[in-house]
Design a protein around this ligand. Sequence first.
Ligand code: 13P
Ligand code: SF4
Length: 350
Amino acid sequence: MADAELEARILFVKEQMGDSLLILGHHYQQDEVIRFADLRGDSFKLSKLAAVDASCRSIVFCGVHFMAETADILSRQDVEVYLPDLAAGCSMADMADLLSVEAAWHDLAQVTNVDDLMPVTYVNSSAELKAFCGRHGGIVCTSSNARAVLEWAFARRDRVLFFPDQHLGRNTARRMGISLEEMTVWDPREPLGGNTPERILSSRVLLWKGHCSVHQMFKPNHVEQFRRRFPGCKILVHPECMMQVVDAADMVGSTEFIIKTITEAAAGSTWGVGTELHLVNRLAHENPDKCIHFLSPMVCMCATMFRIDMPHLAWCLENLARGTPVNRIKVAEETARWARLALERMLEVR
Ligand code: 13P
Ligand code: SF4
């Protein structure tokens, strides 16, 4: 089907369903999709939007699976959430599963008092892991509030088990003054995560060995090359980038922070931005008075975000309007109950 026809069909359903339909779009979505979103945001903003919308009956989530699950957990009971392509997952979220986290918890209990260990999951994780945190007094964080969440955790317990993104955990903890000697990586494939009992006992932060395959493509030498090419430029990166990249950058922050910083930057300023390609290209387009460049010479785009395209969106919307919905994301009630607790703790953290 030609793009013009797909566009007309998507707009027709939006018109037909009116306020009963809410299309949410994450900033990493491709342009051809994000333009149909009623509301855009990073994962924190979208979580809050799903929690407060009072009029919609259906949310079509243009993003990835864990985001749709979060929307299902936080939205009203009578709201149904759909993901246009079920293959839109997150490779980082897949790096920690419930069985491995439960096994880690069990192993850690042999070495330390787990009542003093706070599980913190990045929102990029399955609902089951959020529920694990809910059951164990723990909490969820996003890249927008990771520091406030870690402060919340350390106000209550001595140690944190942070999953699945080691980089967000490490970058955030370091900015709070926690040294590298006080952190260790937990490799779920190794006995005791690849640690000695002494190493665990001397660590305040245990970092799950997971990463984002997109953000880990940015390397410190990209920062050096960029500074040589554009003297006087500023480097702005997402905290899922490795520590050496974050250390070499001028600024680090979540997707919303990156957008705000570029939008408010002085005309004529030059920026190297280390985050997902579609967002950087859109920022360059929307800020023609500034020089916005992608930090890496390689293409780093989120292939799973990219799975949401016009054909899938049109198919999902038309089936919804016809009363034959497809790709509903429904978290099992017991899981949702505990996951909601961990998410609500996050939403209360300032
Ligand atoms: P944000 O929390 O900044 O939206 O990031 C989500 C994500 O998946 C980044 O890779
Ligand atoms: Fe997951 Fe990375 Fe894609 Fe974000 S950019 S959704 S962390 S794979």
